[in-house]
Design a protein around this ligand. Structure first.
Ligand SMILES: *Cc1c(COP(=O)(O)O)cnc(C)c1O
Length: 378
C-alpha cells in the first residue's frame, strides 16, 4: 500500500462521493449566506429555531460572566462546575430517570457509554440504520455485533434468542436520515423477554416529539423501561453536547469507566448553563408553540403524511443524480446538500430535507414548488 492520496480523492470524485466543507458567512438559521448568495436552509437540525433565541444568547453571555471561558480540566479532575451538575439534574428530571451525565458531544456519549457497559463475550444487536457513532462504539467495545434489517422485529427476535453474554439492543427513536420512528413498544417487549438492555438514541426525537418534547420513550409512556436514553444538545436544543440518562448506578459506573468523559476536557460551563435554559424552553409552553409551528411546517411540505419528525427525505438513489438535484435546488435558492454513502447505503443517496419551526410559510411553499419542478414531490 502506498500513500497515494490523489488516487483516493480521484476515486471518491469518480464515485460521486467527494465531500467539501462549505462556509456559511452568516448565522445559522432559515436564511444563510454561502459564497455571496442568500439561501433558504433546509438542512440544519435546529428543529425548533433555538439557535436564534435571544434568551439562549443571553444565557451564554451570563454563563461566561458567572463561570468564565474554559472548564479547565476533565470532569473528574476539577472540570465539574455547578452548571454541569444543574444541567444533569434537569436532564434526569426531563427524561424521568434517576440520573444523567453530559458529554462534549452525542458522539462522545456513544463512544463512552457502550464500551463501558459491554465487551468481549457480550452481544450488541443494532438496527441496520443506526448512526455511525453507535456503530463505532459497538466496534470499540469488542462485543460481538449483530445487525437486524431496519425496524425488523422478527429478525431482532431471532438474534435475541441466540445472543451470548450481556445483550444490548441499540436503536434510534427517530432515524437520522429517514425520519421514521422505531417500533419502540415492541422492541421494549422483546428485550425484556430476553433480559437484554436497550440503548435508545433520541437525537432527533428530543424537543420534537412527546409531551414537552421529552422524546419517543415519553410519548409512549416507556421512559421507565428504556435502560439507556441517549440524546444530544446539538439539535432541537440548539447548542452542543450530548447526554446519557439512566439509573444512578449506571451513571456512577460511567463516571468511572466512560473514557470519552474521563479523558476529555469538560464542556464549557457556559454551554451547560445555556443548555439548562434551552431545556426549560423546550419543556415550556413556548416549546409547545415551537413544536406546533414545526408540525404545521412539515404538514405544509408533505400534506398527505401524518407527522412523525422534522426530517423529510427525498430518496434519489444514484449519488451523482442526488448531487445534481442538490445543485438545481441551490440554483433555486435552497441549501440542501445531498446525503451519500457512507452516511447512507450505496445507491440510496438522498436529499435530507429538515424542517424548522423557524421557517415561514412562504419558504415552505417555495420549496414545495421547487421539489415539484424537479419531480421530487412525494
Ligand atoms: C447527530 C447524532 C448524534 C451525534 O450527536 P452530536 O452531538 O452531533 O455528536 C448521535 N446520534 C444520532 C442519531 C445523531 O443524529
Amino acid at each position: 500500500m502506498s500513500w497515494d492520496i490523489p488516487s483516493q480523492t480521484n476515486q471518491l470524485r469518480a464515485d460521486g462521493l467527494w465531500r467539501e466543507l462549505r462556509t456559511l458567512d452568516s448565522k445559522q438559521g432559515p436564511l444563510v449566506h454561502v459564497d455571496g448568495c442568500e439561501l433558504i436552509n433546509f438542512s440544519s437540525n435546529d428543529y425548533l429555531g433555538l439557535t436564534a433565541s435571544e434568551v439562549l444568547h443571553e444565557a451564554l453571555r451570563k454563563g461566561v460572566q458567572l463561570y468564565g471561558a474554559g472548564s479547565g480540566s476533565s470532569r473528574l479532575v476539577c472540570g465539574t462546575l455547578k452548571p454541569h451538575v444543574e444541567l444533569e439534574a434537569a436532564l434526569a428530571a426531563f427524561k424521568q430517570t434517576e440520573a444523567a451525565l453530559t458529554f462534549s458531544s452525542g458522539y462522545a456519549v456513544a463512544l463512552g457509554t457502550i464500551p463501558a457497559l459491554v465487551g468481549k463475550g457480550d452481544t450488541i444487536i443494532l438496527d441496520k440504520l443506526s448512526h455511525a457513532c453507535l456503530v463505532d462504539a459497538a466496534r470499540l467495545s469488542g462485543a460481538t455485533i449483530r445487525v437486524f434489517p431496519h425496524n425488523h422485529l422478527g429478525k431482532l427476535s431471532k438474534l435475541l434468542e441466540t445472543a451470548q453474554g450481556r445483550v444490548l439492543v441499540v436503536t434510534e427513536a427517530i432515524f437520522s436520515m429517514d425520519g421514521d420512528a422505531c417500533p419502540l413498544a415492541e422492541i421494549v417487549e422483546l428485550k425484556e423477554r430476553h433480559g437484554a438492555w436497550l440503548l435508545l438514541d433520541e437525537a432527533h426525537a428530543v424537543g420534537v416529539i412527546g409531551p414537552q418534547g421529552r422524546g419517543l420513550s415519553a410519548a409512549l409512556g416507556l421512559s421507565g423501561r428504556v435502560d439507556l436514553q441517549m440524546g444530544t444538545l446539538s439539535k432541537a436544543l440548539g447548542l452542543s453536547g450530548g447526554y446519557l440518562a439512566a439509573s444512578r448506578q449506571v451513571i456512577d459506573l460511567l463516571i468511572n469507566r466512560a473514557r470519552s468523559l474521563i479523558y476529555s476536557t469538560a464542556p464549557l460551563p457556559c454551554l451547560a448553563h445555556a443548555a439548562r435554559i434551552a431545556l426549560d424552553i423546550v419543556a415550556s409552553s413556548e416549546g409547545d408553540r415551537r413544536r406546533q409551528a414545526l408540525r404545521e411546517n412539515v404538514r405544509q411540505l408533505s400534506p398527505g403524511d401524518s407527522f412523525v419528525s422534522a426530517i423529510v427525505p427525498r430518496i434519489i438513489g444514484d449519488e451523482n443524480h442526488a448531487m445534481a438535484a442538490s445543485a438545481r435546488l441551490r440554483e433555486s435558492g435552497f441549501l440542501i446538500p445531498a446525503i451519500r454513502y457512507p452516511t447512507v447505503a450505496r445507491g440510496s443517496a438522498r436529499l435530507r430535507i429538515t424542517v424548522s419551526a423557524a421557517h415561514d410559510l412562504g419558504q415552505i411553499q417555495r420549496l414545495r414548488q421547487s421539489l415539484f419542478e424537479l419531480g421530487l414531490s412525494e
